[in-house]
Structure formats: C-alpha cells, structure tokens
Design a protein. Structure first.
Length: 321
C-alpha cells in the first residue's frame, strides 16, 4: 500500500481563493507598473525615529554616540526626519545628557514629537492617565523646541493604540486641542482603522486614489500575513513578500538616482525636463505595491492572534491517505 499526499477539498478551495487574490494583486500591480503615469499623485513620505533619546541600555556614553551617528547619516543623505521622544527615557538617561541629545537633533534641523511619557498601551489607561501621559511627555523636548523657535506638531501613540473606547478617543482629542498637526495625525490614525472595518470607507479611499487594492484583496493579504505559518498560506506569503521586496528595490533605485542627480546637477533641470525634484517625486509616487506595505499597520503580536476554528485549520493543512 503506497502513501499519497494531496490536498483536501477544503484545502483546494482555500488555495484557489488565495491564488485568485494574489492574481488580482499581480494584475493590478502590472497595470500600475506599465502605466504608472496614470496613477501618479502627490504623496508625502514621513521618515521617523521612535523612542528617543535611546531604546537600548542607557549606561555610559553609548546613547550619545548612537544618536550622533544617526544624525550624521541623516545629514549625509539629506533625509528629513522626525524623532519621537519618550520623556521617561530622558529622565532615565539623565536629564542633562538626555536634553543635550534632543537639543542636538533640533540644532541640526530635525523636528521632535511626543511619544508619551512612559510608552504605555493607551488601551489599558483611564482617561485621566491618558491626558497625564500626553502632557508629561512634552516636559523636556517642548521647551527645547520653543527655544529654537519651533512648536511641537507631532504625536505618536505607542503600539498605534488610540484607546479602546469613545471616551478615551474624546479625551485624546481634548488633550490635543490647540495642536492642529498632532490632532490631524491622531484623526488620520483613526481613519486608517475605520477603513479596515468599513468597506464603504475603503472604496471611497480607492476612488480618491489613496488605496489601490480592493477591500477583498487587502483583507486576503492581511489574512495571509497574520496566519502565514499555516501550510497552505506559506507560499502565498512568500509571494507577497517578494512583491514588497520588488517595490522596495525599485524605490531605493529611484531614490539613489535622485540623489545622484542632486549631487551632479543640484536643483538644475536635466534632460527631458527631469532633475532632482522630479526624480525625488517619482520615487515617492510610483509605488505600485504600497498597500502591501500598509499591511504591517494592522498586524497583531502572535500571543494576541485569535485562534482559527479547528475545521478551518484542518482545511489549511495537508493530509496523508
């Protein structure tokens, strides 16, 4: 008696579903790559560094050295960066050294934002505790920004958690009143998750050009990423990862091309009307797989991942007969 290994009917249906969704993604990506100009739109890429002044061992002079290397690299490559400060880390590193590191960021032309006082999970806090975290988070960097003629404009939630009740959302909005840029960032984060749970919002964003994948295709990609350890989903996950790698490589090539033009021509216009500004904009705009990059926004820590029904799990595996 021989042993044959073949997929169950449920496995074949799941595989067919995954392949259809991936095919949809590939077809859309191909059309974008072949006719990128039709999809061109103005976009802004924000490059940020979290957990300033330092996220590792706070002993000795290492935090200052690491920050100096980061700032030197950002200046060398003309990278605009915003750093997000955890006030408790400033205090742990020492108020003098911590403030000096943050001041160095500001003096070299970079912005700083509020990452709360102690980096808690906002969902676990009361309304009063949320307000306290936001206010105390500005204790050091906000006065330094003011001395330099700047004002704090950015706020980032730890873990991207914005509160698990309406009361907490309202408290956060209240704490950010008078800070329009921080409030706008908060509202933008809320909208990202609203779209995930409301297909009508997603479709509207597709019509506006801020989304490219259909709602169903994105949900399939999210499911594949979340449950990539299931046997039937491993290869689809590798395919999605390869698509992101392709997009990342093309973007890096475009950015390096733009930097080369900047070094050689400055901001002069090159042949066929191109130049640094044009090339830099194309590097930000022509990203056919950017929705796949956004999948990471919605990933959960493995311990919090809901278990799939046993019947579904058995259908996502191989069986021996």
């Amino acid at each position: 008696m021989g042993i044959s290994i073949h997929p169950s009917p449920a496995l074949r249906r799941a595989l067919q579903f995954s392949i259809l969704r991936i095919a949809q993604i590939v077809r859309l990506a191909a059309s974008v790559a072949l006719a990128a100009g039709a999809f061109a739109q103005g976009r802004t890429v924000a490059i940020t560094v979290d957990d300033l002044p330092y996220a590792g061992d706070l002993a000795g002079a290492l935090p200052a050295k690491v920050n100096a290397k980061l700032l030197a690299a950002f200046r060398r490559h003309h990278v605009p960066v915003t750093g997000f400060v955890i006030q408790k880390r400033v205090e742990e590193i020492g108020s003098v050294q911590g403030a000096a590191i943050l001041k160095n960021w500001i003096e070299q032309g970079f912005d700083l934002g509020n990452h709360t006082y102690s980096h808690p999970d906002i969902n676990d806090l009361s309304v009063e505790q949320i307000e306290e975290e936001i206010v105390r988070g500005e204790a050091t960097f906000a006065p330094l920004m003011k001395e330099a003629g700047k004002k704090p404009e950015f706020f980032r939630f730890p873990y991207n958690h914005t509160g698990d009740t309406k009361a907490k959302h309202d408290a956060t909005r209240s704490s950010l009143e008078g800070k329009p840029d921080q409030l706008a960032a908060f509202e933008h984060g809320i909208r990202k998750f609203d779209a995930l749970f409301d297909k009508a919002i997603w479709n509207r964003e597709m019509q506006q050009g801020s989304r490219r994948l259909s709602y169903e295709a994105f949900m399939a990609a999210l499911f594949i990423n979340l449950y990539r350890d299931e046997p039937i989903l491993h290869i689809p996950y590798l395919i999605l990862t390869a698509l992101v790698d392709i997009d990342e490589t093309l973007t890096m090539w475009r950015q390096r091309h733009a930097l080369m033009a900047h070094r050689m021509l400055g901001r002069l216009t090159g042949t066929a009307g191109s130049g640094y500004d044009y090339l830099d904009e194309t590097a930000k705009t022509y990203t056919p797989f950017r929705d796949l990059f956004d999948v990471a926004t919605y990933l959960l820590p493995r311990p919090l991942l809901p278990r799939l029904p046993e019947a579904l799990v058995s259908g996502l595996d191989f069986r021996n007969e």
